[in-house]
Ligand binder design. Structure first.
Ligand code: PY5
Length: 306
């Protein structure tokens, strides 16, 4: 998905022209993946542009940095204000927002201390990550031969740049084999998540999703979906899930900031349910889009006006 260039990028406290937001090739983050980032969406909600769960995303960025002993030079409040400033400066109603903090240059040993921590926030218009048609009809996925990185090797709770090499391998492998996206198992062989999405199964009217100890990211959309399911009277179970449970699930869907709520219609050549978006997924998806579009009063708190 090509990036649509916008006017300004926030870089270390200043708005600079898109083309001037550059980093040095000797940056530590480029060489060793020592960065942490977020993916956030701003929606053109009923009462104007609003960022979905902005504070939670910035809190997670801080947590990711903490795990890596990375001193972030900006507080959660300052980062929230900076995001709003960036969206405003680019005059966007709806967009994807990408804050990133990484070690710049100064020293090249593995120890990142001694390098500055640079922070940037970019935003641009971005449609449905897995396609508009995917949102409606569902996508085809495979279970990757690559395993989700184990938290004993790289903490899954940190949304760290280096983690995404694992996602890249799984995504490339899925596309090479003609699928739209990959599902990764963890090192125990249990279901973990997609290359950039959490996963839910629908079994007999219940939602089932891997728990946070299954080597998954603590997804902010995942959390929202669990809350919405509770409101809808749909029970949610967090547990270890076997691969074959996917094949016989009534429905399967992905959640994530980029992917939003994307139905899965086929896994490893097995048609899931009726082979299109299922009724529970449709209900959850509608509830999610109501919230992000500002049509659910209860969750107005999740929308931070720009
Ligand atoms: N799992 C992984 C590995 C992710 O990268 C993401 C988000 C999620 C789950 C879902 O988390 P959340 O609901 O908090 O977004 N992925 C990024 C996103 O912006 C990057 C995708 C290209 O959706």
């Amino acid at each position: 998905m090509a990036i649509e260039k916008t006017e300004k990028i926030w870089l270390n406290g200043n708005l600079v022209a898109w083309d001037d937001a550059k980093l040095h090739v000797i940056s530590h983050g480029l060489h060793y993946g020592t960065g942490v980032f977020e993916g956030i969406r701003c929606y053109n909600a009923a009462s104007g542009p609003a960022v979905f769960r902005l504070r939670e995303h910035m809190q997670r960025l801080h947590n990711s940095a903490k795990i890596y002993l990375m001193p972030l030079p900006y507080s959660v409040d300052e980062l929230c204000a900076a995001v709003k400033e960036t969206v405003k400066a680019n005059k966007l109603d709806s967009c994807y927002i990408r804050p990133i903090a990484y070690y710049g240059y100064g020293s090249m040993g593995v120890n990142p201390a001694g390098n500055p921590v640079d922070v940037a926030i970019a935003c641009w218009p971005w449609g449905a990550y897995l396609g508009e048609e995917g949102l409606k009809k569902g996508i085809r996925v495979n279970v990757s031969s690559w395993r989700r990185i184990d938290s004993a090797a790289l903490p899954g709770m940190a949304k760290a740049c280096g983690n995404y090499l694992n996602s890249v391998l799984a995504k490339q492998d899925a596309l090479q084999h003609g699928f739209d996206e990959a599902i990764l198992l963890n090192t125990q062989g249990k279901l973990a998540e997609g290359s950039g999405e959490n996963i839910f199964l629908v079994q007999k009217g219940e939602l089932v999703t891997p728990g946070l100890s299954s080597s998954v990211l603590d997804g902010i959309t995942r959390g929202a979906i669990i809350a919405l399911a509770n409101d809808l009277g749909i029970p949610v179970v967090e547990r270890e899930i076997n691969r074959e449970e996917l094949f016989v699930a009534d429905e399967v869907f992905f959640t994530g900031t980029a992917a939003e709520v994307t139905p899965v219609r086929e896994v490893d050549g097995r048609v899931i349910g009726s082979g299109s978006r299922g009724p529970v997924t449709e209900k959850i998806q509608a509830a999610f889009f109501d919230v992000v579009n500002g049509k659910n009063e209860k969750y107005a708190k999740w929308l931070e006006k720009v």
